[in-house]
Design a protein around this ligand. Structure first.
Ligand SMILES: [Zn+2]
Length: 531
């Protein structure tokens, strides 16, 4: 009896308390970030504001928001709050294999675009399916790659496609777009894309454009024929109607240093004619690519068995060597000393050495001839990935100052300790904010953030990302503008960026106090056509 009375009392108490406690104290927001200076991604200067998040979206942003209104409060005094960085040029095609994507999130990247340089999953629907089964810490979008499509239809043959083959390739691009690819990419310095001519690319880019996608171009040449290559990319955009993204814009030949001026002028000209043309760059004076890219393309046709045949034929090898020498001389390079071995499976002890050092180790000579002979042996053993030191600071700075050039890492998801990869995969965004904004003062902080966020978001049609704005996805990065820096170097690349304590994807902390939380809230960013 007494028990029943007590129970009735409790019920009564709850009933009376409810109208007051729930309406006045029940938190309205999931998370409140207080005390930060907001750089909202639009290019506006920093301003003080609290930001409240609810259900993965930015729910409110104003001077001061009551701490009691949120379930959790993150004190961000002294930090900059910016939209999560969007990396539109990655090779994270197998994101499900390493879904934490730690090298990306630790430098503030919350969205990545895979499928660049002509190489992507062949079946985009299957790729999205796998990515959905194993969610990642970053949002994921992909392009469909020309080399992937061409290889599926024509192998690595050095010829024009037949009418039937073009139709087959168009059908593959169409299916990829319908499955959610955000555009079409080329890798015209690689086999087999290097064997294609402009009309073929126009036909395929048009299919992507008709589905609302863009054309991302790793161009045919980035040095000796830079201007012609930019013109080709612009023409493909013009005729196909596709928006154009010029990938990793650079001047990769000392003999052409300064030519970024002409390349940017061509982009400006196209923009004045109303064309939507943009570019991206990574903030380093060295590139990363295959060893094979140094060889004449005809020597790489037909796969490894054909390559082996040519390299083992004395007369053919003499001809190849002569052409490599010619290509180096044209570019103002006297040997392969500018090339460092990043990852060589057959003999990992060479990783990190320049080709001169590798030749010294293997041949007892650092001469140009010994370097070329070493390159031949490495190609016979299946090739290697390389880091190429051949750009100038002036060009990197000039490209960076252009308002329609964003930043992208050109990296995949990296495994700590594996090989000696280009440090950009760990440091690109942090390096821009530390080295180029704070130290060299090449661009302002708000401009750097704009180029990492709203600029690519608009071009790639990520309609609710890239700004700190009410209603937008709560992809956010908090960094300390006094300390943010890249720690990865060419010698020791496996080091996470510093000065970036918190990163959120869809309102969930994926980096907290500088450590990965293990959370995998990444969304799949399918194209408008597929939605
Ligand atoms: Zn590329």
């Amino acid at each position: 009896m007494r028990k029943m009375f007590l129970a009735a009392l409790v019920v009564c108490a709850v009933a009376i308390a409810t109208p007051f406690s729930v309406t006045s104290q029940s938190p309205q927001y999931d998370l409140l970030i207080t005390g930060a200076r907001v750089v909202d991604g639009s290019g506006s200067p920093p301003r003080r504001a609290d930001v409240a998040i609810n259900a993965g979206r930015i729910a409110a942003m104003t001077g001061t928001i009551s701490r009691a209104s949120a379930k959790e409060v993150l004190d961000a005094s002294g930090l900059i709050l910016a939209p999560g960085f969007i990396d539109v040029h990655t090779h994270a095609d197998d994101i499900w294999a390493r879904p934490r994507a730690e090298n990306f999130v630790r430098m503030g990247v919350t969205s990545i675009v895979a499928g660049n340089c002509g190489g992507s999953a062949a079946d985009i629907a299957a790729a999205f399916e796998r990515a959905a089964q194993t969610p990642a810490s970053v949002n994921f979008a992909t392009l469909i790659g020309h080399n992937t499509v061409r290889r599926a239809v024509m192998g690595s043959e050095n010829r024009d496609p037949t009418m039937g083959e073009i139709e087959k390739m168009k059908a593959l691009v169409w299916k990829a777009m319908a499955d959610g690819a955000v555009g079409f990419s080329t890798g015209l310095q690689y086999v087999p894309g290097t064997y294609s001519k402009t009309p073929e690319i126009i036909e395929l880019a048009r299919v992507a454009a008709n589905a609302g996608g863009l054309y991302a171009s790793h161009m045919r040449n980035e040095g000796t024929a830079l201007e012609e290559s930019v013109e080709e990319a612009l023409r493909i955009g013009n005729v196909s109607g596709a928006r154009v993204q010029i990938s990793h814009l650079k001047v990769d030949s000392p003999s052409r240093w300064g030519a970024s001026e002409q390349a940017l002028a061509l982009i400006d000209g196209a923009r004045k004619r109303g064309r939507e043309v943009e570019a991206d760059q990574y903030a380093y004076t060295a590139a990363s690519s295959s060893l094979g890219i140094r060889f004449p393309s005809w020597a790489l046709e037909g796969g490894q068995s054909k390559i082996t045949e040519r390299l083992n034929d004395a007369a053919t090898w003499t001809r190849i060597k002569g052409e490599i020498r010619g290509l180096l001389a044209e570019r103002g390079l006297k040997d392969l000393a500018f090339a460092k071995i990043a990852s060589y499976r057959s003999d990992p002890s060479l990783n990190g050495l320049s080709m001169a050092e590798a030749a010294g180790k293997l041949k007892g000579s650092t001469s140009e001839d010994a370097q070329l002979e070493t390159a031949r042996e490495m190609m016979l053993a299946g090739g290697a990935s390389m880091v190429y030191h051949f750009m100038s600071d002036d060009d990197v700075h000039r490209i960076m100052k252009h308002p329609f050039v964003g930043f992208a890492s050109d990296s995949g998801v990296l495994t700590p300790g594996a090989g000696v990869p280009h440090p950009r995969g760990y440091g690109n965004n942090a390096r821009v904010l530390g080295e180029y904004v704070r130290v060299r003062k090449v661009i302002s902080l708000e401009e750097a953030v704009r180029k990492m966020t709203s600029l690519p978001a608009k071009h790639f049609r990520f309609t609710d990302r890239g700004l700190v704005k009410e209603g937008y996805a709560a992809d956010l990065v908090l960094f300390d503008p006094r300390t943010v820096a890249d720690a990865a170097t060419f010698e020791k690349p496996h080091a996470y960026a510093t000065g970036i304590p918190h990163v959120l994807v869809s309102g969930v902390l994926v980096v907290k106090n500088g450590e990965h939380t293990g959370a995998t809230p990444g969304a799949l960013l399918r194209s408008v056509a597929a939605r």
